[in-house]
Ligand binder design. Structure first.
Ligand code: 6PG
Length: 262
């Protein structure tokens, strides 16, 4: 198995982490637009990226850098709730970013999470992705190649909505599936490993001391180990970039962090 190019960046505070992630996103967006005319990014849900999305829309320098009319926003996963629900990842990104931007320069491809079943929402989202990626020839080995996929990590080592011991971990052909999450007794809609591992760049955007224990095991663990779902993220032909704040990175071996730096 080709070792995945991996980079670990640790920032002293969440603010420095957020700014660096916004700058990286803006750089990747301009490179992608120059190369193939559009920038495709799948957003992460949860609470950590809220500050990043807000900064993208409110910081003049960053906002001015992003080629908004060429950016297509997607979601790596979504909760099976209506788009105006407090738990909606779309709602979170709208409140933090989309509503601060003019609608005619925005391309947002959200999960139709209001549909009756999560399975229906997942199938609809896969067909929406196919409709976007296939005509643009942005499909590689049968899976869409996102320019960037933003992912977080839960304290249990889940990412997107790929939770420990859940069925979606085993999916090898579908792009998007409904995934029952026993601990929350609810369905989620999530992109699958084959899609996530087809990205040109994955940014793990992780902050907070509650993530430190698992992060240390993941980053100091044996390459190829799949104890945690997040270890299943190995871009086939892309970069895996960890962007961490100091409290999340508190447990990782310092040597390891430095050795990953160029
Ligand atoms: C979701 C996310 C999920 C998230 C982690 C971390 O929909 O919840 O996509 O994978 O990234 O649960 O969440 P926090 O950022 O809230 O810690």
């Amino acid at each position: 198995m080709t070792p995945t190019a991996q980079q670990v960046d640790v920032f002293p505070q969440p603010e420095a982490l957020t700014l660096a992630a916004a700058e990286r996103l803006a750089l990747l967006a301009n490179n992608a637009v120059e190369d193939h005319g559009v920038f495709t990014v799948a957003l992460s849900g949860g609470s950590t990226p809220k500050a990043l999305y807000k900064l993208m829309a409110t910081d003049d320098a960053i906002r001015g850098e992003i080629p908004w009319p060429k950016v297509h926003f997607f979601f790596g996963d979504e909760r099976h709730v209506p788009p105006d629900h407090d738990d909606s990842n779309f709602r979170m990104a709208s409140d933090a970013m989309f509503r601060r931007l003019s609608a005619n320069e925005l391309h947002v491809h959200r999960v139709l999470s209001e549909l009756a079943s999560a399975t229906e929402a997942a199938e609809q989202y896969e067909s929406d992705l196919r409709e976007f990626f296939e005509p643009r020839a942005l499909v590689i080995e049968g899976f869409p190649r996102f320019d960037l996929i933003l992912l977080g990590m839960g304290p249990d080592g889940h990412t997107a909505s790929l939770f420990p011991n859940s069925l979606a971990l085993l999916e090898t052909t579908r792009w998007v599936v409904a995934n029952w999450v026993e601990k929350f007794k609810t369905d989620r809609v999530t992109m699958t490993f084959p899609v996530l591992n087809s990205a040109a760049e994955i940014i793990f955007f992780v902050a907070g001391a509650e993530k430190a224990a698992v992060l240390a095991q993941v980053l100091d663990g044996t390459p190829g180990e799949t104890r945690y779902p997040i270890q299943g993220i190995r871009p086939r032909n892309g970069i895996k970039r960890w962007m961490l704040d100091a409290s999340a990175a508190a447990g990782i071996g310092t040597i390891r962090a430095e050795s990953d730096r160029p």
